[in-house]
Design a protein around this ligand. Structure first.
Ligand code: AMP
Ligand code: MG
Length: 471
């Protein structure tokens, strides 16, 4: 057998989930398996590439030791409270403790209906599965906490969206799938016992030093602040920062309508369903803080004195702002090659970003070329850039180039390239998928010819400006 399960969520009170197996599919076929990740998880490498593994990743076989279940959660979606969501198209097979000692969930996404499917079919289309696989593995390579992708398979069944699409299933790996919304539902239902059990499990898995709800909240605030600062440093827009898509462990989760910016536009929105721009690039820190406030609210029933709790938790959530500012400065200072960020570096960073916004600069390529002779090409006002550059040169010290090469990727998964990968895959050609995956999972390597094609910013005609949730 290939996977050594060791399950903890399944031991929680049964009302916190629904036990059920994935719904079998017609004709499973392998698209891709992540053997490097399988090795970290301690999964048998011969097995993971076998037909037996494809049957497991398709949900047709439930492996020994798995205890499949759909998790219950709620959430604020675009600021609106939704009292019950839950895994409507995902099944947690179980958990494994990796060779690195870290416990992780193995989840099938697109595995059929559950009691939480509402009107959905429980399935995923091929396009969104490929998008999540590529972007999550790129994020990992970029050094950002994220859920990961162990495998993708085709189901052999059609799913009906605007048009019929081939169905696919992603095997998603996460430090856990515990979301802010997982806490919210038990708080909203007044189920203190469930909330308490969830708290104990969360502290055990993610915050072993935490002694009480306040420590847990502090930990979540710090991780969210750091996570969003890293997104900002890459021009990443999550697109659906609902509280049910906010991992308490601080990983990026749910790559629906996400995208990396090409041209730097602070108010940029990609998601077709985000009509108010709630989850625009520049709003992400404020939204993460808002999500932390919702998390705090869900922890109040666990505190002995609820009046006092409100005061303590307010202070904790208010610390998001300073934590974010510090994390942001660290991220962007590294992008400029500065080792010891100081508060007055903020002006240097911000002045560059203003010039980038005014000049319609490509976010990734500007930073990647900043210390080269190509840099001025990214700016509309070259004189202004040259004045800024003098200030930068005066501030930086010798080791800057080495720091910058590890902070500024040469390539990110651009939206128009992801779309091209999906179009080719829908026509039965997965070679572009594999090519792009290889390029974006080595983002700090010098570019060869293939890499250079993926690094080029799109022309106006090529640019993809809208993303769809893929549900
Ligand atoms: P998401 O926007 O992907 O985070 O999903 C929000 C909620 O809708 C979650 O409870 C999902 O499980 C559920 N959901 C999304 N797509 C489907 C689907 N095709 N079938 C059933 N439930 C779905
Ligand atoms: Mg979700």
């Amino acid at each position: 057998m290939g996977i050594e399960f060791d399950n903890s969520f399944a031991k929680l009170p049964p009302r916190m989930f629904a036990r059920l197996a994935p719904v079998p599919v017609s004709a499973p076929s392998k698209i891709v398996v992540n053997t490097a990740l399988a090795a970290v998880l301690g999964i048998d490498l011969d097995w993971v590439e076998s037909e037996g593994a494809t049957e497991v990743f398709a949900g047709n076989t439930v492996p020994d030791g798995a205890d499949p279940l759909a998790q219950l959660y709620a959430g604020h979606q675009f600021g609106q409270w939704n009292p019950q969501l839950g895994d409507g198209r995902a099944i947690l097979l179980g958990e494994v403790v990796g060779t690195d000692g870290i416990r992780r969930d193995i989840q099938l996404k697109g595995s059929g209906q559950t009691p939480f499917s509402r009107s959905g079919d429980g399935r995923s289309a091929l396009g969104p599965v490929l998008r999540e696989y590529i972007v999550s593995e790129a994020m990992q390579a970029l050094g950002v906490p994220t859920t990961r992708s162990l495998a993708a398979v085709m189901t052999g069944d059609l799913v009906y969206r605007e048009t019929p699409q081939p169905g696919a299933i992603l095997t998603r790996i996460a430090q856990s799938h515990i979301r802010v919304g997982t806490f919210q539902i038990h708080a909203a239902r007044g189920d203190r016992d469930a909330l308490n059990a969830l708290q104990t499990l969360t502290i055990d898995r993610h915050f072993p030093e935490a002694k009480d709800p306040t420590d847990l909240l502090d930990g979540v605030v710090i991780r969210q602040a750091s996570l969003v600062a890293q997104w900002m440093g890459l021009g990443f827009i999550h697109g659906v920062m609902n509280t049910d898509n906010c991992s308490v462990a601080g990983e990026t989760i749910d790559y629906g309508p996400c995208a990396f910016m090409d041209t730097y536009v602070p108010g940029k929105v990609f998601s077709s369903i985000d009509q108010m721009g709630r989850y625009a690039y520049a709003n992400q820190p404020a939204i993460a803080a808002w999500n932390c406030a919702q998390f705090a609210t869900s922890l109040i029933p666990l505190m002995p004195d609820q009046e006092a709790a409100i005061e303590i938790f307010t202070e904790s959530v208010n610390r998001f702002s300073d934590a974010y500012k510090t994390a942001w400065r660290k991220v962007f200072a590294a992008k400029l090659g500065l080792t010891d960020p100081r508060e007055d570096d903020d002006a240097l960073i911000e002045d560059l970003l203003v010039q980038m916004a005014q000049g319609g600069s490509d976010f990734t390529n500007t930073f990647a070329s900043l210390s080269t002779t190509d840099a001025p090409d990214q700016f509309a006002d070259r004189d202004a850039f040259s004045r800024w550059e003098k200030r930068w040169i005066a501030r930086r010290d010798n080791g800057f180039a080495a720091i910058m090469s590890q902070a500024n990727p040469q390539v990110i998964p651009r939206n128009h390239q992801i779309e091209a990968v999906i179009v080719a895959a829908l026509a039965g050609d997965f070679s572009k998928f594999h090519e792009m995956l290889a390029v974006v999972t080595a983002p700090f390597d010098p570019l060869n010819d293939t890499g250079a094609a993926y690094a080029r910013s799109p022309t106006q005609a090529e640019a993809v400006t809208r993303t769809f949730c893929g549900t």
